[in-house]
Design a protein around this ligand. Structure first.
Ligand code: NAP
Ligand code: HSE
Length: 439
C-alpha cells in the first residue's frame, strides 16, 4: 500500500480531532482508499501545553516551514486558522507541488482565488471540505453530486456558534453572553468569536458555496452581512408569537437573467438573522447543527443536515479530503473537477438595496394617541404595506415595543422609511429590522 505522509499544521480543536480520528479509523480509511496515512509532524505554537487530545512530544514542532519543506511530507493539512501565516503555509506547500487540505474558510474567502490559481499552476490540489458546515459534505455535493443542476436557490444555517446561541436563547430563555461562553468552551467558536456572532464566518462560507454553485468568484465584501448581536430575547419571543423562528441564514439566490445571448448570471448573496416559518424544515435545525437547503433546476429541493462545528464533525470532513487526496496522489490526478471558478466568467452580484423581502420590524415607541398613525403614514408614503401589528398592552406615556410585519418591500425603501421613522419624537430606541423568508 502506498503511504501518504502528513504534516498537520495545527494541533488544536480540529488538528487534535484529526489526529484522534486517524488513530480510531486510520485502518478503515486505508482499507477503503488503498493508502496508509502516517502523521509525521504536528505544528503548534506552544510545545509545552496540556492538550485535550495528547500528541506525542516527538511529533510536535513549532517550525511550519521545516515541516512543509520536508521532502518526506507528501500532504500538508493546514488547521491553524488565521489569514497570515496560514496563507504562507499553503502557498509554500502548493509552490512545492504538494497537495493541501484546509478547513480555513476565512483564508479561502479572502485569498481563495489566488490559492486555487496557485494550485492549478503547480499542478496540484487544494481540498476544503471542512471549510463549510462542519461534518456535512456540502462541498462534494455542489462540486460533484449536483454538477448537472443550475442552483437557483441555496439557503444555509452555516454557523454552529450562532445557531447554538439562538437555540438556547429561544428554548431556555438564556442571555446571549452566557451561551457564547459555553459555545467557546465547547470548541465551536472561532479564536475571535466576533467572526461568528457578527456574521463574517457565515459570510465566508456563503461566499465559498455561492462561488462554487455559480462558477464565478464572489468576494466577501459583495456579501451583505449582519450578525446576531442585536437579536434580543424579546425578538425571539415576538417572532414565536407570529409563527416564526429566528436563524442566522445565508441566502444565495439566482436572479433570472434577462433575454439575450450575453445575459449575465446574477446572484444575490446575503447573511442575516431571518424569520423562518415554524413549519419550514430549517426552523427545526437547532443547537450546533447546520443545514444547507439547495434547490436545483433538475433535482428540485435537497437538504443536507449535520453538526456544523466541533472537533469530531470537522475531523470527519478533513478525513474525506485526506481520502480524496490519497486517491488523487496515487493516480496523479490534478483538478479532477475544476475547484471553483470555471463555468461562469460573466457573473455579477446584485446589491442588497435591490433585494425585495417581507420584514419584521420592532420599534420602541411612546404609547400615546397618534403614534401608530404617524408611523403608518411614513410607511404608506414609501408605498410599504403593513401586514400585521402587535403592541403589547402598556401604560399611556410609557415606552412599548411595536411590532410591524411588512409585506414585500425593497430593502432600500425600507431603510429610508425606517430612518425617517427613527427621527420621530415618539420613537425611543434604535429600530430592529429583520427579513422574513418564505422559501
Ligand atoms: P485552534 O483550536 O485554535 O487550533 C489552532 C492550532 O494551530 C493550535 O494547535 C495552535 O497551536 C496552532 N497554531 C496557531 N497559530 C500558529 C502559529 N503561528 N504557528 C504554529 N502553530 C500555530 O483552532 P481550531 O478550532 O482547531 O480551528 C482551526 C481551523 O479550522 C480554523 O481555520 C477554523 O476556522 C477551522 N474550523 C474550525 C472548526 C471548529 O469547530 N473549531 C470547524 C471548521 C473549521 P497551540 O495548540 O500551541 O495553540
Ligand atoms: N466557528 C465556526 C462555527 C466553526 O461556529 O460554525 C465551524 O466552521
Amino acid at each position: 500500500m502506498e503511504q501518504v505522509t502528513l504534516g498537520l499544521i495545527g494541533g488544536g480543536t480540529v488538528g487534535g480531532g484529526v489526529f484522534q480520528a486517524l488513530q480510531r479509523n486510520g485502518a478503515l480509511l486505508s482499507s477503503r482508499t488503498g493508502s496508509t496515512f502516517h502523521v509525521a509532524k504536528v505544528v503548534v505554537r506552544t510545545l509545552e501545553k496540556p492538550r485535550p487530545v495528547p500528541i506525542p512530544a516527538r511529533l510536535l514542532s513549532t517550525n511550519w516551514r521545516s515541516v512543509v519543506e520536508d521532502p518526506t511530507i507528501s500532504l500538508v493539512v493546514e488547521l491553524m486558522g488565521g489569514t497570515t501565516t496560514a496563507r504562507q503555509v499553503i502557498r509554500r506547500a502548493l509552490e512545492l507541488g504538494k497537495p493541501v487540505v484546509t478547513a480555513n474558510k476565512a483564508l479561502l474567502s479572502a485569498h481563495g482565488e489566488e490559492l486555487f490559481a496557485l494550485a492549478l499552476k503547480h499542478r496540484t490540489n487544494l481540498y476544503y471540505e471542512a471549510s463549510v458546515a462542519g461534518g456535512i459534505p456540502i462541498i462534494k455535493v455542489l462540486r460533484e453530486s449536483l454538477i448537472g443542476n443550475r442552483i437557483t436557490h441555496l439557503y444555509g444555517i452555516l454557523n454552529g456558534t450562532c445557531n447554538y446561541i439562538l437555540t438556547r436563547m429561544k428554548l431556555e430563555g438564556l442571555e446571549f453572553q452566557d451561551v457564547l461562553d459555553e459555545a467557546q468552551r465547547l470548541g465551536y467558536a472561532e479564536a475571535d468569536p466576533s467572526l461568528d456572532i457578527d456574521g463574517h464566518d457565515a459570510a465566508h462560507k456563503a461566499g465559498i458555496l455561492a462561488s462554487l454553485a455559480h462558477g464565478f468568484w464572489i468576494r466577501p465584501e459583495q456579501i451583505a452581512t449582519s450578525g446576531i448581536r442585536g437579536i434580543t430575547r424579546m425578538d425571539i419571543q415576538f417572532a414565536g408569537q407570529l409563527g416564526y423562528t429566528i436563524k442566522l441564514l445565508a441566502k444565495v439566490k439566482q436572479i433570472e437573467p434577462g433575454a439575450g445571448a450575453k445575459a449575465r448570471c446574477r446572484v444575490q448573496v446575503s447573511v442575516s438573522p431571518t424569520l423562518i416559518p415554524n413549519d419550514h424544515v430549517l426552523a427545526g435545525v437547532n443547537h450546533v447543527f447546520n443545514a444547507v437547503f439547495v434547490r436545483g433546476d433538475v433535482a428540485g429541493d435537497t437538504l443536507f443536515y449535520g453538526r456544523g462545528a466541533g472537533q469530531d464533525a470537522t475531523a470527519s470532513a478533513v478525513l474525506s479530503d485526506l481520502a480524496d487526496a490519497a486517491v488523487d496522489l496515487r493516480n496523479g490526478l490534478q483538478s479532477r473537477i475544476p475547484p471553483f471558478v470555471s463555468h461562469e466568467r460573466n457573473g455579477g452580484v446584485l446589491p442588497l438595496a435591490q433585494a425585495v423581502s417581507p420584514y419584521y420590524v420592532r420599534l420602541s415607541v411612546i404609547d400615546k394617541p397618534g403614534t401608530l398613525a404617524k408611523i403608518a403614514a411614513l410607511l404608506g408614503r414609501a408605498k410599504i404595506g403593513i401586514s400585521s401589528v402587535i403592541q403589547p398592552e402598556g401604560h399611556v406615556g410609557e415606552s412599548v415595543p411595536l411590532i410591524l410585519m411588512i409585506h414585500d418591500a425593497p430593502h432600500a425603501a425600507m431603510a429610508r422609511a425606517l430612518a425617517q421613522i427613527g427621527r420621530l419624537s415618539v420613537v425611543r430606541a434604535p429600530t430592529v429590522m429583520i427579513p422574513v423568508e418564505h422559501f
